[in-house]
Design a protein around this ligand. Structure first.
Ligand code: GLY
Length: 382
């Protein structure tokens, strides 16, 4: 197979990068056990365990499960379990939960249940799935983003491209309960995303406002990218990976086709910047802002596309994934023993939080390298 041959040609890079990941993360797993990190301050992980509703809180524990599954090192498992425990505070006020519960629990408690069989982890993941399903709006067939107001406007009727990554927890709940209502919601949302978010050239709208009464699309907003009509690269990577995951869960060809359409757009844009993604593919030439997290997420999706297409289609996807990961390893990774984060140069949004380590950068970088090593454990599946 072309895919396997390509992997074996890049084995040295994959093995060396994995060794560095394991060396560094096995230390931070112990050091940051009682934290839920988002970024670092002076090289040290910060701690968001006091804010259990933060959408990024599942990534640290999820990263620990990826490392535990691949190495069997119990220190990773202890930290993942601790993270799950710290997150339980969020269930004390479910009204503060939001559309990102899939990000928060599926790679944490969903992964925990798959790896340990713990019924409490299953229950946490089901609460998250039911919370997400409760956000479904029948008119328009979509899952509402956020609560209250956002970007200064009432956001009733808003959808965001990011939400494609929350759908796997719904597919999982349908299989787990033998009840296809959850998958129906996921597919309706994915179909709305094709209709209202993905543009013909594979670029996309970050935020779409729908009329809450009729469900019709009324407006698009710039969101975390440069402006209305631009393309936020992390949004593109959420779409790319989210659609291939929807394809794997459902085997509906339109989701594979959409994942490929976005992938072609993403690949053609990063090829112009040495495979290091800019924050926004339609921003002005200056200033040059990168977002490493977009590259790590896209690499995961590209690898999954390569594994799910016939042999003669695999090359562009696996080649781009490896090129992105190599470029980021060379330019953006920090392997210093005494600093807690690995992937630098993440960016929250075009106007804020530029060039900083963000926990999901480390998560998706490790997930991608684990996949290239041959791991079949994908926390977003099953
Ligand atoms: N889901 C929000 C973000 O990607 O920043």
């Amino acid at each position: 197979m072309f895919y396997e041959k390509y992997i074996s040609k890049n084995k040295t890079f994959i093995d060396e990068t994995w060794k560095k990941l394991d060396e560094k993360l096995s230390r931070t797993a112990v050091k940051s056990r009682d934290k839920i990190p988002y970024t670092t301050k002076d090289g040290v992980h910060d701690d968001h365990s006091g804010n259990p509703f933060m959408w990024t809180n599942g990534f640290w524990g999820g990263l620990m499960w990826i490392m535990y599954e691949a190495t069997g090192n119990e220190e990773y498992k202890k930290t993942a379990l601790r993270s799950e425990e710290l997150m339980d505070k969020a269930f004390a006020d479910v009204s503060k939960l939001h559309h990102d519960v899939g990000f928060m629990w599926h790679i944490l408690s969903g992964a925990s249940y798959r790896l340990t069989g713990d019924p409490e982890s299953r229950n946490r993941n089901l609460i998250a799935a039911m919370t997400l399903a409760s956000r479904y709006k029948e008119n328009g067939g979509y899952i509402r983003a956020w609560n209250g107001t956002w970007f200064g406007r009432d956001n009733d009727g808003w959808t965001i491209i990011d939400c494609m990554m929350n759908l796997p927890i719904l597919y999982w709940a349908s299989k787990e309960l033998g009840d296809d209502r959850f998958a129906q919601i996921a597919m309706a949302h994915a179909d709305m995303t094709i209709r209202d978010h993905v543009r013909d050239d594979g670029s996309m709208n970050h935020i779409v406002a729908h009329d809450p009464a009729t469900g019709e699309m009324i407006d698009t907003l710039g969101g975390q990218g440069y402006a209305v009509g631009s393309t936020w690269s992390r949004g593109a990577s959420w779409g790319l990976y989210g659609f291939i995951l929807s394809y794997i869960h459902t085997t509906e060809k339109r989701y594979l086709d959409t994942a490929k359409q976005i992938a072609h757009y993403f690949i053609s844009n990063v090829a112009d910047t040495d495979y290091l993604p800019l924050v926004d593919f339609r921003a002005p030439e200056e200033p040059v802002y990168y977002d490493s997290t977009a590259g790590a997420i896209a690499a995961c999706g590209l690898i999954e596309i390569a594994k799910n297409v016939p042999e003669f289609e695999q090359r562009p996807y696996i080649a781009a994934a490896v090129k992105i990961l190599k470029a980021m390893e060379e330019k953006f990774c920090n392997w210093e023993e005494n600093e807690d984060s690995i992937l630098q140069m993440g960016t929250e949004m075009y106007t804020r939080g530029i060039h900083k380590p963000i926990i999901y950068g480390d998560y998706f970088f490790a997930e991608a390298i684990a996949k290239l090593r041959g791991s079949e454990f994908n926390p977003w599946l099953k």
